[in-house]
Write a protein that binds this ligand. Structure first.
Ligand SMILES: Cc1cc2nc3c(=O)[nH]c(=O)nc-3n(C[C@H](O)[C@H](O)[C@H](O)COP(=O)(O)O)c2cc1C
Length: 212
């Protein structure tokens, strides 16, 4: 009986230590809040905002890449996480992107669209997501991935949808979600791997540059 109690105490201590270490080292993944600006010298250049929500950084990386490609096609582009956007004033177009976790977009992205729905109705909007469903680009997976965007489409009418495969690195997952990576069934359904497809992203940037 006493041995069992010691065992339980050891496990609780281990768990608390684990939570402390992960919280100290892993909370607030900085890569998920990257900002960038790509300025064109031309004052007449269209100004676009890439607004995104990322948990572990791959959607942030996709947003910066798409922003850079739009700038190469003649636009002035700001790239910002939705959490840091105060106003849409001055933008001629908005691109909204989100990571997917547990079949859902990042809540802050949907909130951003809801809060700014009026301003977003006055400019062309394109939307994209980054997820593992798109690792295999089949009609069925496109339908599933497109379905993830439904909460966003309640507030915006996108001129185009970009559906991209993403990246899973357990060390990038924030606490407390990182605890889930200890569950074998999770590791099986969300395995580690880097499927980021910059060719696909550039093609999409090219497509939307003609629409926004
Ligand atoms: C906890 C967790 C849950 C996930 N759930 C899904 C899911 O339901 N569907 C999916 O297609 N991808 C899922 N993914 C894969 C992510 O969408 C993918 O890793 C994406 O690149 C994450 O973007 P981020 O790095 O910007 O957070 C999940 C990943 C994690 C870590």
């Amino acid at each position: 009986m006493g041995g069992q109690k010691t065992n339980l105490t050891s496990w609780i201590c281990f768990l608390l230590l684990y939570i402390f270490v992960i919280a100290a080292t892993g909370c607030g993944n900085k890569n998920a809040y990257t900002e960038a600006s790509f300025k064109k010298g031309d004052k007449m250049a269209k100004k676009a905002l890439v607004a995104y929500g990322s948990f572990s950084g791959s959607t942030a990386e996709a947003a910066v890449f798409i922003g850079e490609k739009l700038a190469e096609r003649g636009m002035t582009v700001d790239v910002k996480p939705v959490e840091k956007i105060k106003s849409l004033e001055g933008y001629n177009a908005v691109i909204i992107g989100s990571a997917i976790q547990m079949g859902k977009m990042k809540a802050s992205v949907v909130k951003f669209a809801e809060k700014n729905r009026e301003a977003l109705s006055r400019v062309p909007v394109a939307v994209f997501l980054v997820c593992l469903t798109m690792v295999k680009d089949t009609p069925e997976n496109r339908k599933t991935a497109s379905g993830y965007l439904e909460p966003l489409k309640a507030f915006v009418k996108p001129v185009s949808e970009g559906l991209f495969p993403g990246r899973v690195r357990f060390k990038d997952i924030l606490f407390p979600m990182r605890l889930i990576t200890f569950i074998p069934a999770f590791k099986k359904s969300v395995p580690e791997g880097d499927y980021m497809d910059k060719v696909k992203m550039e093609k999409w940037a090219d497509e939307i540059s003609g629409k926004i």
